[in-house]
Design a protein around this ligand. Structure first.
Ligand code: UDP
Ligand code: MG
Length: 314
């Protein structure tokens, strides 16, 4: 039997935590009864600097039930860091850890299948959504666009997989070797290798509270994903630069020849248009380069990703 840790990042989740706690405890008891998890298994609730009663509720659940542990980060560090903090803590005690969201949008009944795959020798099991009909049209189309861009850039991401996955102790040890500060787990995990499997599930609606992933955070995550894994945008810019340079030489020759043969030079429209076009492209290029420089800046500083304030352990 294996020690299983369920790692749950929680940010302002007071509305869902009582129900989530109840359901996860039931699930854990079921897993233990089925012999899929042993008595040392735990539900690790990670408080990501919540401003509401989340930590009080976690403390309460910890007192009430032997399976519940709590981890309090010193402040809000974002979903990816909260998951990592939980996984890296779990790593010290578990045989495998499963990360899932506090709102239980991910169907917890497939955890049994995750563990069956793990027992068959898989180190990483991805939870993949069957369909995205519980998402808004906007979220669905932006997500699709994101996967397309990632694919075009040659980054390996599992389609329709969020951060619902199982990782073995060995895979977690490998994950701990990655030192990058700009964390995009969905991109990093596939680069670990080892034997992987996929389990399909239906994603439910959030049963209470609101999404903690507003558009701004979603865009930041997508941008991190792209720039952390691919330098293709920079190469694209170099290519664009070459093409524009060639075009401008042709344009220049045309202007010179028309002047020499005494034809009227082209009107100001062309000049103004080219100034705007080039200005725009230059700004775009500068922006993308700046993005990478910013990335280098934060990677070089190698600041710690999180601090643990408190650890409620049983
Ligand atoms: N979350 C977090 N820190 C944050 C934002 C979100 O730990 O800064 C957690 C949140 O509590 C939830 C999970 O990340 O457990 C996913 O967030 P949410 O369900 O709001 O995202 P959505 O499902 O809408 O993409
Ligand atoms: Mg959610």
């Amino acid at each position: 039997m294996s020690t299983v840790y369920l790692v749950v990042p929680c940010y302002n989740e007071e509305q869902v935590l009582p129900e989530t706690g109840k359901r996860l405890i039931e699930k854990m008891e079921e897993l233990v009864n089925l012999g899929l998890a042993d008595e040392k298994s735990r539900i690790l609730l990670v408080n990501d600097g919540s401003k509401d009663k989340t930590w009080d509720l976690i403390t309460e659940l910890h007192k009430q039930n032997k399976y519940v542990c709590g981890l309090k980060l010193s402040r809000n560090r974002g979903h990816q860091n909260a998951v990592l903090a939980g996984l890296m803590t779990a790593r010290q005690y578990c045989d495998c850890a499963i990360s899932l969201d506090a709102d239980l949008q991910d169907d917890i009944d497939v955890i049994n299948q995750f563990l069956e795959k793990f027992n068959e020798g898989c180190d990483i099991v991805y939870g993949v959504r069957n369909k995205r009909d519980t998402d808004t049209f906007f979220k669905r189309s932006t997500a699709q666009g994101f996967y397309k861009i990632m694919n075009a850039l040659g980054v390996e991401v599992v389609y329709n997989h969020a951060d619902y996955r199982l990782m073995s102790k060995r895979a977690l040890d490998a994950l701990s070797e990655y030192k990058e500060v700009n964390l995009f787990l969905r991109g990093i995990v596939p680069t670990i290798g080892y034997k992987t499997a996929t389990v399909f599930y239906d994603r439910h609606e959030r049963f209470a509270g609101e999404s903690k992933y507003p558009l701004k955070k979603m865009l930041a995550l997508a941008f991190d994903g792209i720039t952390s894994f691919s330098v293709k945008p920079i190469r694209l810019i170099s290519g664009l630069g070459v093409i524009i340079a060639i075009l401008s030489v042709i344009g220049l020759l045309y202007a010179l020849i028309s002047k020499l043969v005494g034809m009227a030079v082209s009107g100001w429209t062309a000049i103004v248009a080219s100034i705007w076009l080039l200005g725009g492209i230059q700004l775009l290029c500068l922006g993308v380069c700046g993005e990478y420089i910013g990335k280098i800046y934060s990677e070089v500083k190698a600041r710690p990703k999180y601090f643990i304030d408190e650890f409620l352990q049983q």
